[in-house]
Write a new protein. Sequence first.
Length: 256
Amino acid sequence: MISVKKNELKHVLMSLGVSSGRTIFVHSSLGMIFGKQKDPNKFLYDCLNEIVGDSGTIVVPTFTNNCCQGLTFDPNKTGSEVGVFSNWIMKLNNAKRSLHQIHSVSAIGDKADEITQQVSESSFGKKSTFSKLIELNTLMLMVGTGVENTTLIHQVEEDMQVPYRFYKNFKITTFNNGVTKQTTTPYYARFLDRCISYRYDIRRKQLENNNKYRSIRIGWGKISSINFIDFYEIFSKEVNKDPYYLINKEKYFESI
């Protein structure tokens, strides 16, 4: 039975750009990637934390799309819908969580307050948490998952105002520190009556062609990385040239 050792994982993480003082955003689907471990969540966190140190920050997505369907958002209790590791992080005593009702993040470390207190009505776009992460030149780490699950692509889409999405308002109830509040939250959503098929294959190819994407196999899977700013600039440039670059344009227009 494979059992990844701590020094092995730390070596891989450092080879992928994790370093002292760095802000790291972790997309994850751990499964059995590290083989036999007592607690794979703690194993990954301990390795990351030992590398970034007190001056670094670890960030995870704690999205709650079900709040668009009537679920009340309580930042202290509402669980993340995007993975076990993100739920494990947000429950730590020193974790901070942003207050966006759909696309919140949780963070631990030096810049946790700066990141989670970023105020924006929209999930992405100007002044969003993801715009702050770009500003901080965050390292995106994909553990057991790939570039097809990179939420940052939606920051590109909203900033570039792609024509296959539109602003849809959701009325969401928030309960925080004993106070209940009704808010109207705009989300740059896809048109559901049109065929919007993402071309996931081009993401990795484009990043590899620009020599910005790194990936290393470990245990039963692999870990990949790319800088937020590199990802954002590469795809913003392509979408600026062709607003339909990220999707299957032919299928989209056939569905209209």
